[in-house]
Design a protein around this ligand. Sequence first.
Ligand code: PBG
Length: 310
Amino acid sequence: MAAETDLGPARFVQPLFVHAGSGDRPIDALPGRSRLDLDGLVRTAERLLAVGVGAVALFPAVDESLKTRDAAECLRPDGLVPRAVQALKERFPELVVVTDVALDPYSSDGHDGLVADDGRVLNDETLEILAAQALMHARAGADVVAPSDMMDGRVAAIRDELDGAGFTDVSILAYTAKYASAYYGPFRAALDSAPRAGDKKTYQMDPRNRREALIEARLDEAEGADVLMVKPAGAYLDVIAELRAATSLPIAAYQVSGEYAMLAAAIGRGWLDERAAVTESLIAIRRAGADLILTYWAEKAAGWFGPAAG
Ligand code: PBG
């Protein structure tokens, strides 16, 4: 009764990787996780709903042959993501489907924005594409679009585009404080999306900065974000707490692939107890102030709490 922090599956968003091939393809760097085909995706969603997880975030593993410098594949209305969204919403209208808005899975440069010949990532030129990508996801039925690209001004550009097309009810979950982190390694391996040259430090945040997260939060809120996200989660609990205090919007935190991989590796060797260690990691994120948690443990952890936990 006196516990200060509660946790349950209703707080979780399960990130899922999809691919256009057939069958489910295990991801080496994320033990227990696979790139799913559309059938696998639908089956997974059914299991998630059954244990009380009501939301998924989709990430496409795009065939190398479709990656180009202009990332044009990200705008194709019959591409992998729109087909995945349609498959899910057709079967489970109540499932909250979150799509990732960024160019990196489609870019032969492996960057979240367009890359100039001299290697610079082009902020303003990218905004139009991101807005069009978000609109395409909304048309396919996405409930929430989540720009993870960290270009300046993209929340406003996306909000304008969605509202202009009548999608006023589609929400924006902004990756507000997304740090240039080593913990994204397994995710990039899963999508083969690591930058081909340079790094993401010109648009993702410097791990040394905390006040900068407040600046990003103010901008995203003013531009019309519905949820603000901190990413990664475990190494940035102070930033989660800071944003929680600074805004009335819901705060999300993303326990990213590297955090999952570290836990899974130690658990796999018998060095950590899975249930105890994962629960503690999630409680810490919630205690810091996250309302929503994106975690690769969502389905498994939900089973530990039960749907009644809320
Ligand atoms: C890129 C994106 C990344 C993640 C989500 N969206 C990686 C990156 O910025 O390179 C990482 C998620 C994870 O590591 O689990 N748009």
